[in-house]
Design a binder for this molecule. Structure first.
Ligand code: SAH
Ligand code: SF4
Ligand code: F3S
Length: 469
């Protein structure tokens, strides 16, 4: 199959595996196996990347731990989406200096989206001298080589030049869950929403080959995974760089044809590319969960234009109607930004009225955060922090009311849920997910974890449902 996206040659991946083997031999000479800790910030894509980092670390002979204390290698997989996320990372990375003083042989690595921001890489270079290795998301596949370079030469390594990215296949993976799994179907983003840093940190859109994705799903299904999420910044762009006429609805349908008892979810869908064909496939494939995360960002057309979202409020509402016509009980969630530069409170009212019109099941609300290098960060932003916060609070309040009302409607119904874990609350020993992905607390035998079961919903809160078997 001819394609436009560069693929890392198999020999290059084999070389990385060879580096892993070399380090494994070195590590095997130590009296006790060295420990590695991977800390993850940000989105599901980063969670999936961390599973690859852990896979590579295992191949290198490290034991994975869940704390930085006593770790020989620490990897911080970072997120750059908002200022707050970055500040947390700087705070936590700064604090690692104490551990490193006690153990100068410790290696501290920073990767993920922050590593791909030039001003962050500079700051790490100048002021965080205890960080040994910095590399962006597009260099993840080269982690064994980069870590080896640090280990053997004990110098600092920065691999942070701009990088459009390629497809790397065949890396080892160590998954965190045994019921739920992520499957990346594509990487990068070409949409350049004017507020967003992702296209600068994650490179250009590139799709994995359908056969490789489908094989991964087959393996996961055979291993007993019950809930598989297909990942991409905009899954609806899938296949544009592939030959053979592949697109996301076709991939979803092919994935749903894989035998096994599992549900398929996907994240994220850009509304401009969410088609009726996609909704048709969701409606007709039993394995496609009746859920979609469809970020609308703003309910005002001027703001949507300034955000470069390339759909209008009316088009968004039309898509929601088309979706609900096919899947009446579909669980619909979304993202919204409050306080985009130049947004007036009057324009914000359109966002409020949109959520009242749509009635999302849940909403992720964000205060706009300027990102260096994005067009929106250059726009005048006269609204005060107080006004933005007041609008933000109104939105959260309205959505909480709607979420609670939507949850109340579940009471008395039976839902076929995946029992997916042990709860933290002693009164509700188990957690489960409805097909649409809503959280259910219930009491029951932990031996049920991993089963689908009919659960009667008896009560609810704004954020969760409560039920019994
Ligand atoms: N690719 C996904 C979104 C990834 S970022 C998509 O397009 O849907 C997740 C969410 O973070 C976005 O939907 C947006 O609501 C929010 N976000 C992104 N950049 C932001 C910024 N600069 N300030 C505040 N919120 C932001
Ligand atoms: Fe960011 Fe827009 Fe791409 Fe989503 S689609 S990652 S919001 S640029
Ligand atoms: Fe954050 Fe990068 Fe994901 S900026 S949200 S980790 S793509």
């Amino acid at each position: 199959m001819k394609r436009t996206t560069p693929v890392i040659p198999a020999e290059e991946i084999a070389k990385q595996k060879e580096y892993c083997a070399q380090l494994r031999t070195l590590n095997a000479q130590r009296p006790i196996p060295p420990k590695a800790y991977v800390d993850t910030y940000g989105c599901q894509q980063n969670e999936a990347d961390s599973e690859l980092l852990r896979g590579m670390l295992c191949e290198m002979g490290y034991e994975i731990t869940d704390t930085d204390r006593g770790a020989d290698v620490i990897v911080i997989n970072t997120c750059a989406i908002r200022e707050h996320a970055e500040q947390r990372v700087f705070g936590n990375v700064g604090a690692l200096v104490h551990g490193k003083r006690k153990n100068p042989d410790q290696i501290i690595c920073l990767c993920g989206c922050m590593a791909q921001e030039p001003h962050v890489a500079d700051r790490l270079k100048q002021s965080y001298r205890h960080v040994d290795l910095v590399f962006g998301p597009q260099r993840l596949w080269r982690f064994p080589e980069l870590l080896r370079r640090v280990l053997l030469r004990r110098g600092r390594v920065f691999e942070t030049a701009p990088d459009d990215g390629a497809i790397a296949e065949g890396l080892p993976v160590r998954r965190s869950g045994r019921l739920k799994a992520w499957v990346s179907i594509m990487y990068g983003c070409n949409n350049f929403c004017s507020y967003c840093i992702v296209p600068y940190t994650r490179g250009r859109e590139r799709s994995r080959e359908p056969e490789i994705i489908l094989n991964e799903i087959r393996e996961l299904a055979a291993q007993g995974y019950r809930d598989i999420t297909l990942l991409g910044q905009n899954v609806n762009s899938y296949g544009r760089d592939l030959e053979g006429g592949w697109d996301f609805p076709r991939l979803l349908e092919a994935a749903a044809a894989v035998p096994g008892d599992f549900l398929l979810r996907f994240m994220t869908s850009h509304p401009k590319d969410a088609t009726e064909r996609l909704f048709d496939v969701m409606a007709r494939c039993e394995k496609a969960a009746p859920a979609i995360h469809l970020p609308f960002q703003s309910g005002n057309n001027r703001v949507l234009g300034a955000m470069n979202r390339r759909y209008t409020r009316e088009q968004y509402l039309d898509k929601v109607r088309a979706l609900r016509a096919r899947i009446p009980g579909v669980v619909l969630t979304s993202d919204v930004i409050v306080g985009f530069p130049g947004e007036t409170t009057e324009e914000f009212e359109d966002t409020l009225s949109l959520i009242e019109a749509v009635r999302f099941d849940a909403l992720f609300t964000f205060l706009y955060s300027p990102r260096r290098g994005t067009p929106a960060a250059e726009l005048p932003d006269p609204q005060t922090r107080q006004e933005k916060s007041a609008n933000f609070d109104r939105l959260v309040e309205a959505q909480n009311r709607i979420s609670l009302e939507k949850h109340r409607a579940y009471i008395g119904t039976a839902q076929r849920c995946l029992i997916d874990g042990a709860g933290e609350d002693p009164r509700h020993g188990l957690t489960a997910r409805t097909p649409g992905g809503r959280l259910v607390h219930l009491d029951g035998d932990p031996a049920l974890i991993g089963r689908f079961a009919d659960i009667k919903i008896t009560d609810c809160s704004t954020w969760a449902l409560f039920g019994e078997l």
